[in-house]
Design a protein around this ligand. Sequence first.
Ligand code: KIV
Ligand code: ZN
Length: 501
Amino acid sequence: MEKIIIFDTTLRDGEQAPGAALTSFQKLEVAAQLEKLGVDIIEAGFPVASPDDFAAVSAIAKLIKKGTICALARCIYKDIECAGEAVKKAKHPRIHLFLATSKIHLQYKFKKAEDEIADIARKSIRQAKKFCPDIEFSPEDATRTEKEFLFRMIEMAINEGARTINIPDTVGYSYPQEIYSLITEIINNVPNINKAVIATHCHNDLGLATANSLSAVLAGARQVHCTINGIGERAGNASLEEVVMAMKTRKDVFGKFYTDINTKEIYRTSRLVSKLTDFLVPPNKAIVGKNAFAHESGIHQDAVLKKRITYEIMDPHDVGIADSQLILGKHSGRHAFRDRLKTLGFVLNDEQLNKAFGRFKEVADKKKAIFDDDLRIIVEDEVRLTKPTWTLNSFEINSGTKIKPKAQVVLIRSGKNLSGVSSGDGPVDACFKAIDKITGYKVKLEDFRLEAVTAGKDALGQASLKLKVAGLSVSGRGSSTDIVEAAVKAYIDAVNKLETK
Ligand code: KIV
Ligand code: ZN
């Protein structure tokens, strides 16, 4: 069996997705979960990009004991020094150097000739080796690079000591057969290629990132760059859960390969990344979407009950999804609640448990059946790591077909009740305006979405929104069986993030 190395770049390329910025603390939380998931390499960030990024990479390098911690650097001395410094406390540090090699980039981005680019890369790899023995080199935009030049760059990088050569499909332009041929040609034309591991880094602009990564593996790549939920620049990167589950499920094709991923941690990791980045996972997303293991049509339901494999190619338990089931109600006690949360992977301290249990009781009073997804939302919503500046005391709305909706909202700040009244274009708008009156922020609502977490008339609704104030964008989430309350909570959540920024 041959191992496929999983290089997770959620915290670097994933975090480059517009709007996905994470705090250092959140990055640490994700890194700890990636360690549990069993990824081999965590690309923790781009240290030269900001002091925050540097701090996050350094903290991850100190905290994570399993696997390699990698930092990205351009072929610029300042970047290399910064990356080397950030990963120096890691048990297994790596510097990932990249430099574009395609004609388009050379002509328009750098205005440099091929030889100059080769020189810069050579010097940079030498410099990087002084900081760290493990160097990965990426000829950026490799799939649109002239083959001869690409082979020359790879050979030089390996001669200078790069141990991994990554072949990025930077703009997601390639397709599976093409990537297959490219990797095959690299193997056949680069004389020292057996001294390095070949990696892939596929973007999803044409929706082919996973297919391209798998094709590269079949051709000889032994390391795959991917991200949780496929987040990343533009349309994102190859999604870790898809790549890993495709190899596990299609043993007939990928039988000679294995990964060290503990697939049972996939769903939990997906939820964590979605929660922290505020990127909702589309319901039809492969492996981790809400509908990935749901069967709606009677014919499918009937067949699945008879034999699961009629319409399910994977067992939901394998990715950490428990069968959605009716588990708790308003008569359930703290013990059952704690037990169920433990099964779902949440380990809470007493204070967090009390908070979550209080909220559970509130929801259970309004909703007959509490499903696992309801519980997840309750915990994610209630167990915040920082104390919010504003909390909701109450709200009242007066609305109908013949009157302009009016809302009164009461918020608590430092133990004091502060009230605001406003009319609006609808009850939600009236509440938002009332909140603005209390906080004094001049807020622009950029995005607002409501979705039901579970089925039924009494479903828990989840609101997510984005606010912009003075050029600063923040997102918020809130849930309740009452959709106006869910929206109000999401708004307050976002306002609290503004406060911390
Ligand atoms: O997409 C890309 O080419 C990259 C490089 C830094 C590898 O992210
Ligand atoms: Zn990328």
